[in-house]
Design a protein around this ligand. Sequence first.
Ligand code: NAD
Ligand code: MG
Length: 407
Amino acid sequence: MSQHKVLQVTLLGATGSIGSSTLDVIARHPERYQIYAITANTSVDVMNELCQQWQPRYAVMYDADAAAELSDRLSDFDIDTRVLYGEAGLLQVVESADVDCVVAAIVGAAGLVPTLAAAAAGKRILLANKEALVMSGKLFMDTARENNAILMPVDSEHNAIFQCMPANLSEHHSSVKMTNRQADSGIERILLTASGGPFRTWSAERLHDVTPEQAVDHPNWDMGKKISVDSATLMNKGLELIEAYWLFDMDISNIDVVIHPQSVIHSMVTYNDGSVLAQMGNPDMRTPIAHALAWPERIASGVEPLNIIEVAKLDFEEPDLKRFPCLRLCYEAIKMGGSATTVLNAANEVAVAAFLDEKIGFNDIAVLIEQTLNKANIINDVSSLEGILKADAEARTITNDCIAAIH
Ligand code: NAD
Ligand code: MG
């Protein structure tokens, strides 16, 4: 007999890649987790299927028309799921006192408001939506800390780092609370590993002609389109650098990016006695999701055991900031401080969407981000959500103007 309280889970971004991996893990442990709410942007077909399968209390479509259509379709079945829509719907299923755990798996800035609300409501947050943290680092961490949220990193690298941190730092049940305590723990550096993406060995000239199809075809990980392009430009690693900076309260000069093409080591932590701890496993997001769901316990995730003989070799290289300037821009944005990382994130989202729409080339992504960082008014005070959303909106306008100027 299980001794656990069944945790009620709100899954933001249920139709995405992280969303479906999360549902796969949860399906293996019905005695521990129940789906309270699922959310998506517009995908009515998938949400309809998920509602049939999971019968959640709520289904939220961000898009109002999609919500009406879903509601209409569900009315043909004997299902009690209530359909909500818009930001208000997202906030309702995040903030409800019935909810224990919020999986933040919306892609991009659209995830900020509900993820921040989960922090303010003191929930256990499984953070996949790195853009929310990149946009609002200090505000998000302060909000989580003040409200005793349990912040569990799902991004595989950050989950690996968390696992390589000393157990006594984890005893407070939250990565948030371990901050400021690294000094006594002997931790020296974080080694953030990166696969290098599909174009690791390509020349700058060849990168010029990359198509969206090539960019979303990642060698090791099966992910949503936006993060796949980010992995190809190394922007993903830059965003993760900013994410690690906030999550682990680590000076940026103590975080190294290491290219590791096999994606078997998910990141490492080095200590003052010379120890280097690494977390390894097959590249499958169900491992960090299962870890973040059950921590400090462990549960089965369905991931195949790592066959280290088959892996045979682990390679490491330094990243090339010339061919992949997005990573350099992330270092620069952190040093600029204030709203610079908000601006960088907004410019990247607009540029990646334009690239996927075949409006700009692959190398234009970094150019547009740099132009936006140069033109935007970087503000110092990023303590309010309003200020952050304003910086985000202004940056999007600038990037769109720069795209228009290209044509
Ligand atoms: P995805 O594109 O597969 O799914 C995105 C989800 O967000 C979908 O459910 C979609 O309906 C929802 N969504 C999109 N726009 C929305 C909006 N405006 N309002 C409300 N909902 C919206 O993305 P993904 O690959 O699952 O990534 C999700 C997040 O997790 C991203 O922030 C990504 O960086 C992060 N992440 C993903 C992986 C991975 O392996 N896929 C790994 C680490 C981190
Ligand atoms: Mg990652």
